[in-house]
Ligand binder design. Structure first.
Ligand code: ZN
Length: 450
């Protein structure tokens, strides 16, 4: 049984109980009956009734009923977090298919080879389940994954994803996005139309990789036109991989924003990566950021994967961090987020779908610290809103008692340690946070660890 305090006290199993002296982030709190202190965190007592947060009061509020209690002793209680950009269909293939030199092109080629050789329904399902068990144990409550959807893979992976989404209902809310080179919409119209049908049938999101090594031109515009049209016809949201490169030719983000504005696109749009925007000159960068904000495009940065892939050279030291200019986007009014991206595959050798790790690394890589922006929203409330998930990413009366309880009393304490002793509550009860053993994958991956 999890023990939050380090003492021998147990978490109460009562239907109604109180979490005493919990610190909740003011930027993630909703519907409080009192005004939180202007600090980042507010000290509260949370009453849990039948799996939901019934009330949030100041500690020791007068007239509070005498209920079974658990004292967090000032520890931070976060909502379960929301991972808006992952690839759980690729996850954990590293022992079978490592990236030999850590470059983007090797990642593309080696994932393609692995997909051709191994991605049966069983292979994809097993790795998806393993990934979700990691995410769940770390305290993730909702997750969006891109799904490789080129050629025969779409008909294999989407039904598996649908099955997995059903299995995980009530534990992790799942969304799927079709990923493919956007040229497909021009080069192979029948395959693109079939893919759109699959995405619509499985209530997915239409995506695509928009930078294919050349500046946007006529073909790019035609492809984007067809993708927007398909999304409009089927009522789909869009979620692109955008300009994941240092190249000055990687300039598709502004074009996507122009399309969205011109067409008055009614759905939500997410742009992932947007690395090259950080290297654009000031005027060009500001103009693109202005269009992105005006079009209501949400931007997700993937700092761990970007640090791994961007600016990698042979025997050279990286000179830039590879991440999108999130501070500038946020200041312009765009919704900004960070997420896991790949885990243990050729695009990123490491990672475990742990959003506390992602937020800790993002704080260091993107300088979330020493900032007036409440960046915790970037892994919780903002992605929940972008994914259209009511009840996720915030803490408030009436919300499910889905919480991540830590011993950390401040952001400094939260980010200085990995929080391996965190307790995850789902519907008011602690879950087993034991991580799955990599050895479980040995048979699938053809041997032991690399
Ligand atoms: Zn990605």
């Amino acid at each position: 049984m999890p023990d939050v305090t380090g003492s021998d006290r147990q978490f109460p199993r009562a239907r109604v109980c109180v979490l005493r002296n919990a610190r909740i982030a003011a930027c993630l709190a909703e519907g409080l009956a009192f005004e939180p202190e202007p600090d980042a965190f507010a000290l509260c007592d949370l009453t849990i009734d039948n799996g939901r947060i019934a009330a949030i009061d100041r500690p020791g509020a007068e007239g509070a009923p005498d209920l079974p209690a658990f004292d967090l002793d000032g520890g931070i209680a976060l909502p379960r977090l929301v991972d808006v950009h992952t690839h759980i269909d690729k996850g954990h293939i590293w022992p079978r298919r490592p990236n030999p030199d850590g470059t983007f092109i090797s990642a593309l080629n080696h994932v393609a080879a692995d997909r051709e050789a191994h991605w049966t329904a069983h292979d994809v399902r097993t790795r998806m389940e393993f990934s979700l068990r990691c995410a769940f144990a770390h305290g993730t409550g909702a997750l969006r994954t891109h799904i490789d959807s080129l050629g025969k893979q779409a008909a294999i992976s989407w039904p598996v994803f649908d099955e997995v989404r059903h299995n995980w209902k009530g534990r992790i809310a799942l969304q799927g996005v079709a990923i493919y080179p956007i040229d497909l919409a021009v080069d192979d119209e029948p395959q693109f139309a079939a893919l759109v049908d699959i995405v619509a049938r499985y209530c997915g999101v239409l995506g695509g990789v928009t930078y294919l090594g050349r500046p946007p031109g006529e073909k790019f515009d035609l492809a984007l036109d067809r993708i927007f049209l398909a999304a409009e016809r089927h009522g789909l949201d869009l979620d692109f991989h955008v300009d994941e490169s240092a190249s000055p030719d990687a300039r598709t983000l502004g074009r996507i924003a122009e399309f969205a504005l011109r067409r008055r696109f009614p759905g939500r749009i997410v742009a992932g990566h947007c690395c090259s925007l950080a290297l654009a000159d000031g005027a060009e960068r500001d103009a693109t950021i202005g269009k992105v904000a005006e079009a209501g495009i949400a931007v997700v940065s993937l700092p761990m994967c970007n640090m791994y892939l961007q600016d990698r050279g042979d025997r050279t030291t990286p000179r830039w961090r590879g991440v999108a200019p999130l501070h500038e986007l946020e200041a312009a009014g765009a919704a900004t987020m960070v997420a896991s991206d790949n885990t243990r595959d050729p695009f990123y050798a490491y990672g475990d779908l742990d959003l506390i790790e992602v937020f800790r690394e993002a704080t260091r890589i993107l300088h979330f610290d020493h900032s007036q922006t409440p960046w915790l929203r970037a892994v919780a409330a903002t992605p929940a809103a972008v994914m259209g998930l009511a009840g996720h990413g915030t803490v408030g009366p009436g919300r499910p008692a889905d919480l991540v309880l830590t011993r950390a009393r401040s952001l400094n304490e939260l980010l200085s340690r990995p929080q391996s002793d965190r307790v995850v509550l789902v519907a008011g009860q602690p879950i087993d946070t034991t991580l799955p053993d990599y050895r479980e994958l040995d048979a699938l991956l053809g041997g032991s660890a690399v």
